[in-house]
Design a protein around this ligand. Structure first.
Ligand SMILES: NC(=O)c1ccc[n+]([C@@H]2O[C@H](COP(=O)([O-])OP(=O)(O)OC[C@H]3O[C@@H](n4cnc5c(N)ncnc54)[C@H](O)[C@@H]3O)[C@@H](O)[C@H]2O)c1
Length: 355
């Protein structure tokens, strides 16, 4: 089978990781890079592929089998629309859009066109989330009643992450709720179903950017379960998915230790700590008492690289052998929750979320 030709739009932090995954894949090859920055010229030369300064210029020259949109959030919808107009399947990085309104426009255009489009919530392609979902769906926890989670991480201001070409990360449409919490929302919805109401506090008191650096959030799920979550990109700890899951997509310092978790999913029969997958539960109804010992076990899966699995899935989607696991509609539903978080933080009111 011929390898699919994939172009990457935006050769920055995540774009370069996608390029590594494409180059390692049996199913596809890198066909071109689209990036207007001067640094990208040398990078494309190193990769041995042509470079274009805009998506329009790429499409004027050639139509690849698929494109990956790894550009700043504020460009996703405009570029997604260009892919639809060109009839080229796309993997759009998360968040699917910089605003709910823009996301809904992309959802409508995608569904009307039939052009294949998926959203880069890559954790949904990993073995850690798959195992956690399997345990919960097996009924081992009984009815899920509460989830506690953290996305606490320290992004250094001294490493250029917020400066120069990257100041978009300080602006509305970005910020850790949009950039990071959206991944957590994808996970929370996979673990416990749809979120119907949010109450949040946010603060920019440490960095002083236009966007928050810290937020705390309470969630109500459609199932009746409740959740609480702390997020900060200026908190010095490894209590976050990137450091604890072992997926190590961004090759952070190997801070992973076998004993750290970032989620606790608790039900009427048992509790699962994620990602260590330590499970404690009652085995018999007559043992279900706070006076009785819980049975303990651990069911950790082999960790795979979810970005690599996502690329393989994208190739299958392009070939038409499966439907996107994370559709634009899913991405928009995650965005709805994030939008509600920001609205609640702004107004001080709880916000209900439409389905
Ligand atoms: N899946 C993940 O875990 C993950 C991780 C990081 C970032 N992201 C998402 O990926 C996107 C990019 O984030 P990043 O951190 O890699 O950003 P980045 O700033 O490091 O890279 C963005 C790249 O896009 C290029 N660019 C700017 N305008 C462009 C245009 N009009 N056409 C083509 N290229 C253009 C920039 O020159 C830069 O190289 C964001 O939406 C972000 O939320 C996802």
């Amino acid at each position: 089978m011929d390898k699919l030709r994939i172009a990457v739009v935006g050769a920055g932090l995540i774009g370069q990781r996608h390029i590594e995954m494409i180059k390692a894949s049996r199913l596809c090859v890198l066909s071109a890079i689209v990036d207007p920055s001067t640094g990208a010229v040398a990078y494309a030369k190193m990769q041995g592929v042509p470079i274009y300064t805009s998506l329009d210029a790429l499409f004027e020259h050639t139509k690849p089998a698929g494109v990956i949109l790894a550009t700043p959030n504020q460009m996703h919808v405009e570029q997604g629309m260009a892919c639809i107009a060109a009839g080229v399947p796309a993997l759009v990085e998360k968040p699917v859009a910089h605003s709910l309104e823009a996301g809904l426009a992309l959802q409508a255009a995608t569904e009307a066109s039939g052009v294949k489009m998926m959203v880069g919530h890559h954790r949904q392609h990993g073995s850690v989330m798959a195992k956690a979902v399997e345990v919960i769906q097996s009924g081992a926890l009984g009815r899920v009643v509460a989830i506690v989670g953290t996305m606490l991480i320290y992004k250094a201001e001294t490493e250029g992450y917020f400066d120069g070409a990257y100041t978009w990360r300080r602006e509305p449409g970005a910020g850790p709720v949009m950039i990071n919490m959206i991944h957590e929302i994808g996970n929370l919805r996979a673990l416990a179903g749809d979120i119907t109401e949010v109450h949040a506090f946010a603060s920019n008191g440490t960095r002083g950017f236009a966007v928050e650096d810290t937020a705390v959030m309470n969630f109500r799920f459609a199932s009746g379960a409740l959740g609480t979550f702390a997020l900060s990109d200026t908190a010095a700890t490894d209590r976050n998915w990137e450091h604890t899951s072992g997926e190590d997509v961004f090759r952070y310092a190997k801070a992973h230790t076998e004993s750290d978790d970032c989620y606790l999913v608790s039900g009427t029969w048992g509790t699962l700590a994620v990602p260590t997958m330590r499970l404690q539960r009652y085995l018999k109804d007559e043992d279900r008492s706070w006076h009785k010992a819980l049975q303990k076990s651990q069911i950790k899966p082999d960790v795979i690289n979810p970005l690599a699995a996502q690329i393989e899935h994208f190739c299958d989607v392009i070939r038409g052998t499966c439907e996107p696991r994370v559709t634009v509609r899913d991405g928009v539903q995650n965005l709805r929750v994030v939008d509600a978080i920001l609205q609640s933080a702004r107004t001080g009111q709880s916000v209900k979320i439409a389905g």
